[in-house]
Design a protein around this ligand. Structure first.
Ligand SMILES: *[C@@H]1O[C@H](CO)[C@@H](O)[C@H](O)[C@H]1NC(C)=O
Ligand SMILES: *[C@@H]1O[C@H](CO)[C@@H](O)[C@H](O)[C@H]1NC(C)=O
Ligand SMILES: *[C@@H]1O[C@H](CO)[C@@H](O)[C@H](O)[C@H]1NC(C)=O
Length: 439
């Protein structure tokens, strides 16, 4: 069913869906009513694939799947990127490169780093698989499988898998088969050839994937990425730049982190700041002090602080036409190479890590409103309307998958007994586990 027929007739899609529905329904019915089939279905043993066959070799599988590998769509028209394409998930690699030329710096860095010492299965297996937030998976013939998950703690891992799944199934070009591990924790103790949301500047082993927020961050009700983008646009509409409050805003849990405590300390009672610590355990604090992400857009200056490591909030702040003011960062995310802190293309402002120069920075920006507006406009142009669009994220994932394969190995989908080594994402996302007794 993976075949992309480029010239499907208008009615072909509903017909296809109907056929699929009938097929699926009858299959489910059969599985339920025929105990023998259930048994067969639960314990797949492909013993009859042929004399001396080794199912874990990819040969048999590949020959079975050959007819269903997708073909490139052929639309390689390169047009200048416009917000019209913000949710265009079907760009080819060539279109992605033309639309987002600065997006792949981090990918190029890791590829260059591993070109001469490729990632092996042994190295992948040596990644610490007992830490919470660990996932292992396979992409095979444009299909995502999950083979291991360790205590996901939050929704993050599922968000990341859904984002990958979207980038895979919308790809207008074939993607290579890969095997990978990723970790959703704020940071991992031992840097490794695994995918993480951030790395320290001096750690070069980790591969940076877009964080979970590009799908959704439901726990604090921050919302899905598109929801946040729409709400930020609405906030801009109701309070354009001229009407914005000329203060710096920040809300968050301090978590006893020095950078956050420093920000509170430096802005204490300042007339130019609206900075408050949130106490998530205190209903009154939540009632009075909580600001939605889009409420932040009502301020001209928005503060960014790191958390236990990176803070995914930056991309939300960058949805506002406001000046992002951050302390010197110690953690890198996949798109951070696009941050510019000076010159005509400046798109954010950097303070000292202890915020000791924050007051001067705000005074300067207040005294130079044209400069402040230019920085905010540059931020919108670079981030909200280009590099932080869902289209850019899908492009990044596909490039990332290709890059990983270019310095790693061809995975096996089947084990020696002929069983799938992972659960297809369609089932995994429903069960949220890789193994369960039929029920
Ligand atoms: C080809 O791709 C470009 C860029 O993604 C898009 O704007 C255009 O509509 C596409 N053309 C066709 C015929 O699909
Ligand atoms: C893997 O991580 C866990 C938890 O972080 C740690 O306790 C353990 O020592 C690590 N294992 C190895 C082999 O480093
Ligand atoms: C994640 O789950 C493990 C096991 O339940 C727990 O020990 C750990 O503290 C959790 N971590 C976070 C950040 O909640």
């Amino acid at each position: 069913m993976l075949q992309r027929a480029p010239k499907l007739g208008k009615n072909a899609k509903p017909l296809l869906i109907a056929t699929l529905a009938i097929f699926t329904t009858s299959f489910v019915a059969l599985t339920i009513y025929d105990p023998q089939l259930v048994k067969f279905h639960v314990i797949d043993r492909f013993k009859d694939l042929g004399p001396g066959s080794d199912p874990s070799g990819n040969g048999i599988l590949d020959s079975l799947l050959r007819g269903s590998q997708i073909e490139a769509s052929g639309n390689n028209t390169v047009t200048p990127f416009s917000p019209h394409d913000a949710r265009n998930f079907i760009m080819t690699e060539k279109q992605c490169e033309a639309s987002f030329p600065g997006l792949f710096v981090e990918i190029d860095r890791t590829v260059a780093d591993r070109m001469s010492r490729k990632i092996t299965l042994e190295e992948l297996e040596a990644v610490n698989s007992t830490t919470y937030g660990y996932f292992r998976g396979i992409i095979y013939n444009q299909q995502l499988y999950v083979s291991k998950m360790v205590d996901p703690n939050f929704s993050r891992g599922f968000a990341t898998l859904m984002a990958m799944h979207r980038a895979i199934v919308t790809s207008p070009e074939p993607l290579p088969n890969i095997e990978f591990t990723f970790n959703t924790a704020d940071f991992i103790d031992e840097p490794a050839a695994t995918w993480t949301y951030a790395r320290r500047f001096d750690e070069t082993l980790n591969w940076l994937m877009p964080d979970f927020g590009y799908w959704s961050w439901p726990e604090p009700k921050v919302g899905s990425y598109d929801e946040i983008r729409i709400k930020a646009l609405m906030a801009e509409e109701s309070m354009p730049w001229d009407k914005k409050i000329p203060k710096i805003v920040w809300r968050g849990a301090t978590l006893k982190l020095p950078v956050r405590l420093a920000l509170l300390d430096r802005t204490n009672e300042a007339e130019w700041a609206d900075v408050k610590a949130l106490d998530w355990g205190n209903p009154e604090s939540k009632e009075h002090d909580l600001l939605s992400m889009s409420d932040h857009c009502h301020y001209r200056f928005v503060a960014h602080t790191e958390g236990h490591s990176y803070s995914g909030r930056l991309k939300y702040l960058q949805q506002c036409r406001s000046v992002v003011i951050a302390h010197e960062l110690e953690w890198v995310q996949h798109y951070h190479s696009l941050l510019v802190s000076e010159g005509p293309n400046q798109n954010y402002v950097v303070c000292k890590r202890d915020f000791s120069d924050l007051e001067d920075v705000i005074k300067d920006l207040r005294a130079n409103p044209k400069k402040a507006k230019r920085i905010a406009d540059n931020s919108v142009k670079t981030f909200r309307d280009r590099y932080l669009t869902p289209a850019a994220e899908a492009c990044y994932w596909r490039k990332f998958i290709k890059a990983w394969r270019s310095v790693s190995f061809e995975p096996k989908l089947l084990d020696e007994a002929g069983n799938f080594r992972g659960v297809p994402i369609e089932s995994f996302i429903l069960e949220r586990r890789t193994d369960w007794a039929p029920y």
